[in-house]
Design a protein around this ligand. Structure first.
Ligand code: ADP
Ligand code: MN
Ligand code: MN
Ligand code: MN
Length: 336
């Protein structure tokens, strides 16, 4: 029998930001369908998901992709966490998005997530000098050259892995702060966009291991005059994408302004360190929207304004946000 390695991935109960966990299950032969994968258990007391006395949690496979690192018939398996009695675990935010996406399915929501991250080697960003700081920001964004760009081999390996795994990665770029990068997932339906963002994050951390480089999603990895890291969430519904969509987008912005605080509550921990009103952000306690405005909470892309239809960009989510919660919140506010 041809043995297959299946890497089961889930989100833990770490606070204030969940972490990814995974472990390997050996299967007897190739599996093509997620429903054919066995449910598995884990020790929830080691992942902040249970107490030591009642420690068993369940992993239910919900999505399967080819494993671009191990290759062959090996797979990566995204899981939802359930309690031993079969109820949804409190940390299982995907279950919330499943419900919301189903409820508002006729709106045909699409999401494009821009995932920013920062590469670190030891205690400092990759390529930064041992003493002091690199030259001030200005030349790094979409830069080229060994003096401006740090970590390209990792970024390329990650992009290739995402493509091989069948993820809908739509691009990458070097960011404003040196050693900071971005990849984009989508546009896709809510569940698919959020699942793929988590899977791409896992691949990033895993590939970083081979380079002895870690990636952090902290929204403000270096304090001071350095850009923070966000996860701009681009969002549209069927009516936004159709003729006359601009009116729907403006209505959506008005709804978002009323629910600003509720949104910020699920847009990632430590976001107040990033959303200062500087470095292409809006202040965390203000809501503004505008065409082409990168200092607004929500930007309407120029192309959308010109076409009179398209999508909006919510610039508030921090890089460490949970895309299940962010997508669910956007759908509830805008479609509700
Ligand atoms: P920028 O850096 O200028 O803010 P990016 O090119 O990094 O923009 O990201 C734009 C994102 O918008 C992409 O992830 C893309 O998938 C997404 N997108 C494009 N069209 C739509 C749409 N109609 N609905 C939702 N997302 C969209
Ligand atoms: Mn971008
Ligand atoms: Mn960016
Ligand atoms: Mn953006």
């Amino acid at each position: 029998m041809n043995k297959v390695k299946a890497e089961y991935i889930w989100m833990d109960g770490h606070k204030p930001t969940e972490k990814l966990r995974s472990k390997t299950k050996i299967l007897n032969g190739k599996v093509n369908n997620v429903d054919d994968l066995p449910i598995w258990g884990f020790d929830g007391s080691s992942t902040m998901q249970a107490t030591g006395h009642k420690s068993d949690c369940m992993l239910k496979p919900v999505k399967l992709i080819p494993d671009p690192i191990r290759g062959g018939d090996n797979i990566i398996v995204l899981c939802e966490v359930f309690n031993a009695d079969g109820t949804v675990h409190i940390t299982n935010t995907r279950a919330q998005l499943r419900e919301v996406a189903e409820k508002y399915i006729e709106h045909e929501s699409w999401f494009g997530i821009e995932q920013e991250y920062t590469l670190f080697q030891g205690i400092k960003p990759l390529g930064w000098p041992d003493n002091g700081f690199p030259a001030p920001q200005g030349g790094y964004y979409c830069g080229v050259g060994a003096d401006e760009v740090f970590g390209r081999p990792i970024v390329e390996a990650h992009m290739d892995a995402c493509i091989q795994a069948g993820l809908d990665i739509s691009g990458i770029n070097a960011e404003v702060m040196p050693a900071q990068w971005e990849f984009q997932i989508g546009p896709l339906g809510a569940l698919e966009a959020a699942d793929q963002t988590w899977l791409a994050r896992w691949l990033l951390y895993r590939i970083g291991e081979d380079f002895k480089v870690s990636a952090t999603l902290h929204p403000k990895p270096v304090s001071g005059d350095w850009n923070g890291a966000g996860a701009h969430t681009n969002f549209s519904t069927k009516t936004m994408r159709a003729d006359g969509g601009m009116k729907v987008i403006e209505e959506a912005c008005k709804k978002l302004s009323i629910k600003h605080t509720e949104h910020i509550a699920v847009y990632g921990a430590h976001n107040e360190e990033r959303m200062t009103g500087l470095h292409e952000t809006c202040k965390i306690d203000e809501f503004r929207y505008g065409v082409s405005d990168r200092g607004a909470s929500v930007r309407i892309p120029l192309q959308t304004a010109q076409d009179g239809k398209g999508y909006l960009e919510d610039r508030r989510p921090a890089a460490n946000m949970d895309p299940y919660l962010v997508c669910a919140k956007l759908i509830e506010t805008v479609c509700g």
